[in-house]
Design a protein around this ligand. Structure first.
Ligand code: AMP
Ligand code: ZN
Length: 432
């Protein structure tokens, strides 16, 4: 197998040995800031007291709140003069979380990203178009550097502006794109509206991530453009994209265990969940000097996939993100994740590119409405056909989530959509 980095082929033993060595040096590095020094002292941890990977569990968790409390530079572990870049996480509430990088940090991140792209077949002859927002968001520069590292011609198109995206891709023959899943369908629809078949678009590979989406959604994107779409996972606190990525097998994302340690814990108790069960992903970065972060509570829910991958890499795989612990909502006593809804509605061929879940209180109780965009050619059908479709979707949703939502079919492009990550739920129950 051709790989970008020999570490991809390491055995479990090599990986675990490296993890322990790097964990020790990361702990030593983290102790250079007062926040971690005090935390680690209180837990009695120094780099020398870590004898095996199991000792990781003695290290206290780091939460988003901790990172906020140290904004802007409380977690710096190198002199300010060694920092060459900062990024922020895309959280929309509260004060931001800023992550600062040294030149080595940026190089290592670029290498990880290049490794991901090489793994799914991206080569120097490819033309790569980054349709992700640039600026503070890590999906811009993070992936950009990976593509350049591979030697691809890189087009930093940025988010949105479908007309320009299409022109650039057609003029330069874009073969690989980085794209938000929610935007991929919108771009396809835009092409269709111009009378162009998205399958004639030159793309052969898409790197798709930054927000949760289902397998059904992926198949739809792949079919629409007749290309392969690979799931890309990352978060700013752990650099950004390049943390875990699907290989050609498309059967879970390999977590790069030479650069990270992943754990899955019960979100309530913080204890490890039994092997293969769903829980909250906790991440430690092993290759960062500027701002190392130990045992970060991502709030993302997933599980480790059992067994080894058909590709032969020994880096553990995680399932696609099933949702965020914060995304779950409770309605009529039932716990629901937006992805359960998406999974159902995306199996209907009539469904267009966007949907929105609205939670309201009608004075008697909680009500859930699901607004679903329908493809234009379906929307002109007779009333009865639309009513039947509405009923069929409501019925299937009921089977999945055990309550019957109000399904509203709306016209294509009628639901509001910004350029960033898609908003799937609007909870208006306490807003009067
Ligand atoms: P940011 O704050 O911009 O770094 O966003 C990081 C968050 O985006 C993660 O914690 C996840 O919730 C989400 N995310 C990133 N990649 C994926 C993916 N492939 N699938 C689902 N969610 C993702
Ligand atoms: Zn694999």
């Amino acid at each position: 197998m051709e790989v970008f980095d020999a570490a991809e082929l390491w055995s479990r033993e090599q990986l675990e040995q490296t993890q322990l060595t790097r964990l020790r040096s990361t702990v030593a590095q983290a102790r250079k800031c007062a926040f971690y020094r005090e935390r680690l002292d209180a837990a009695g941890i120094s780099s020398g007291s870590l004898h095996s990977l199991d000792d990781l569990r003695r290290i206290p968790f780091t939460t988003k709140q901790d990172l906020r409390s140290q904004y802007p530079t409380g977690l710096l572990c190198v002199p300010r003069s060694q920092i060459i870049r900062m990024h922020c996480s895309s959280g929309t509430t509260g004060s931001p979380v800023a992550i600062c990088h040294t030149q080595n940090d940026i190089n290592a991140w670029g290498d990880l990203m290049a490794r991901c792209m090489y793994m799914v077949g991206v080569r120097r002859d490819d033309v790569f178009q980054n349709m992700s927002g640039y600026g503070l968001f890590t999906g811009g520069l993070g992936i950009h550097y990976g593509a350049e590292r591979l030697g691809c011609m890189t087009i930093p198109a940025g988010a949105g502006n479908s007309r320009r995206q299409i022109k650039l891709a057609r003029d330069f023959g874009t073969t690989v794109a980085h794209i938000l899943p929610s935007y991929a369908l919108i771009l396809g629809e835009h092409l269709r509206q111009r009378g162009e078949d998205p399958r004639t678009f030159p793309l052969r590979i898409a790197l798709v991530g930054a927000e949760p989406y289902t397998e059904e959604f992926r198949r739809r994107i792949e079919g629409l453009f007749e290309m392969k779409a690979y799931n890309s996972y990352g978060l700013s606190e752990m650099n950004g994209p390049g943390v875990a990525f699907e290989c050609l097998a498309q059967d879970g994302m390999h977590i790069w265990e030479d650069a990270y340690i992943a754990e899955i814990v019960d979100p309530e108790s913080g204890q490890p969940v039994p092997e293969g069960e769903v829980g909250e992903l906790v991440m430690t970065c092993l290759c960062r000097q500027g701002m190392p972060i130990l045992r970060y509570r991502t709030r993302d829910l997933t599980r480790f996939l059992p067994g080894t991958c058909a590709c032969g890499r020994q880096h553990r795989r995680m399932d696609r993100i099933l949702g965020r612990a914060d995304d779950m909502f409770i309605i009529k006593g039932v716990n629901i994740y937006p992805m359960q809804i998406e999974q159902v509605i995306m199996t209907f061929g009539e469904v267009g590119q966007n949907y929105l879940i609205l939670l309201e209180n009608d004075g008697i109780g909680d009500v859930m409405r699901v607004q679903i965009e329908i493809r234009d050619e379906i929307f002109v059908e007779d009333m009865r056909a639309l009513q039947n479709l509405q009923k069929a979707i409501a019925q299937r949703l009921r089977d999945e989530i055990l309550i019957t939502p109000r399904v509203e079919l709306v016209q294509s492009n009628s639901l509001e959509r910004g350029e960033g990550k898609a908003v799937r739920v609007r909870d208006m129950r306490n807003k009067k």
